[in-house]
Design a binder for this molecule. Structure first.
Ligand SMILES: Cc1ncc(COP(=O)(O)O)c(C=O)c1O
Length: 452
């Protein structure tokens, strides 16, 4: 059917296992280190923070990890997610390229984040935990964990980066509606938050700071574990339901993507879509190009260095080898709050270091321009984060037009932007600003990397 727009799968096609790319990597990933001792981290170091099942997944090299039935059952609320062919965007661009997008914005909380929130909440409950602490940047992750807490009967405390807390008040209301408690970070409820506020009372916060607060909260309470929305291996693993479904749906469309694109904050929606395709490259010699799209204001993959660094500002979270801008670097308050992170997932970083993926950085006005073009053609209002992926998809489609080539492009539309209308308003009234790559501030932050 030439004009088919949506490729939908029945509920019984929800994947039964997550795909673990660690089984197919060309080199083993460097060990994650204890922030206190600088030695490789073991399960005992992580036990105060994570449920044991999650710790096993962080280090597992099994290719397939079974999805527990209660998690699969909760996935039924919104999975399988649809794959769309963007016919109208193709026509607007007058391109011979075929553009497809996997839409994760139809989940209850509006993004891909419940794919891992449900799993993490389930494992915590199984181990008798009653409360979860976390950070949130854009508010998407906090909303997802608040929803998952409601599903599995857990209390949830969310440290929300101050800049997003001020930009998106309704995200807080959504989290509270699900039953979570939300504070702006830096906050007065942790030692670390109080120390930051004493030095910088008007701090806009950062994901690195909010992680420190949530880690401190979990490490100092017996009833609480820490849940993380991105970066570490288990989170990327849980997101691979996206790419596995997309492989089946692209098969229904009778096409195979030449290019697979995702935006990258900590790397989880990108990995979720891309890793199952990358697995085919690694195992079967397939030739999908895989492109990560990141903001110019926090360009860890394109301008950061590949080194051991702390995952958080207070140096409490594990130290990982990754592309980093330095744990002290606080990105400008761009509206893609979920992409304001100094580091990158160690797995995504390793793949970039071995040239198995590409990366591009994009200014926020250019990404919003792409988001508005997309909304006018396809009707869905994208979250600011995936507008970076849309920008790259559009550029690929225009390059295909230039080359007179029928390129097949697939990207992850990982969330809707219904809570981001103030950002769109600023774009539409011409007051949204771009931020140049802050070379001096990054150089200063990199001077503080751990010596390992
Ligand atoms: C809609 C959306 N996309 C992307 C991201 C970035 O995270 P990740 O790179 O882990 O997908 C976030 C993070 O909050 C988000 O909310």
């Amino acid at each position: 059917m030439a004009d088919r727009t949506k490729y939908v799968l029945d509920e019984d096609r929800i994947p039964r296992a997550w795909y673990n790319i660690a089984a197919d990597l060309p080199v083993p990933p460097p060990p994650v280190l204890n922030p206190g001792t600088g030695q490789p981290i073991g399960p005992a170091d992580l036990a105060p923070l994570f449920p044991m099942e999650v710790i096993k997944q962080v280090v597992s090299t099994e290719r397939e990890i079974e999805i527990p039935e209660p998690v699969r059952d909760a996935y039924r609320l919104y999975r399988p997610s649809p794959l769309y062919r963007a016919h109208r965007l193709e026509r607007a661009l007058d391109t011979p390229a075929h553009i497809y997008y996997k839409y994760e914005g139809g989940s209850p909380s509006g993004s891909h984040k419940p794919n891992t929130a449900l799993a993490q909440a389930f494992y915590a409950r199984e181990e008798g935990v009653t409360r979860l602490a976390t950070e949130t940047g854009a508010g998407q992750w906090g909303s997802a964990l608040a929803f998952a807490g409601a599903v599995f009967g857990l209390e949830v405390k969310v440290y929300m980066v101050r800049a997003s807390y001020d930009q998106k008040p309704y995200r807080r209301v959504l989290m509270e509606t699900y039953g979570a408690e939300v504070v702006a970070s830096p906050s007065m409820t942790t030692n670390y938050g109080r120390s930051v506020l004493a030095a910088t009372p008007d701090s806009p916060g950062s994901l690195g700071m909010a992680i420190s607060e949530a880690v401190e909260d979990a490490a100092t309470r017996d009833d609480t574990k820490y849940a993380l929305g991105s970066v570490l291996n288990h989170v990327l693993l849980h997101q691979t339901v996206i790419g596995q479904e997309a492989i089946e749906q692209m098969g229904m469309a009778g096409e195979s993507p030449d290019v697979v694109i995702g935006c990258t904050g900590g790397g989880s929606n990108f990995a979720g879509l891309a890793f199952p395709f990358l697995g085919r490259n690694l195992r079967e010699g397939a030739k999908h190009r895989i492109v990560a799209a990141e903001p110019e204001a926090a360009p860890s993959l394109t301008r950061g260095i590949y080194a051991y660094d702390y995952g958080d500002t207070a140096k409490m979270a594990p130290v990982a080898k990754m592309h980093t801008l330095g744990h002290d670097f606080i990105p400008e308050p761009i509206h893609a709050g979920g992409l304001r992170y100094h580091g990158m997932s160690p797995l995504v970083s390793l793949l970039k270091e071995h040239d198995l993926i590409e990366a591009r950085s994009i200014h926020q006005r250019s990404s919003f321009e792409a988001g508005v073009l997309f909304a006018r053609a396809e009707g869905i209002l994208p979250a600011p984060e995936p507008t970076h992926a849309i920008r790259v998809a559009i550029d690929e489609a225009l390059a295909a037009k230039e080359a007179g080539e029928a390129r097949v492009i697939l990207f992850n539309l990982c969330g809707h932007g219904h809570f981001d209308l103030s950002a769109y308003e600023r774009y539409l009234d011409g007051t949204l600003e771009d931020f140049e790559y802050p070379r001096e501030r990054v150089e200063a932050a990199l001077a503080g990397l751990p010596q390992v």
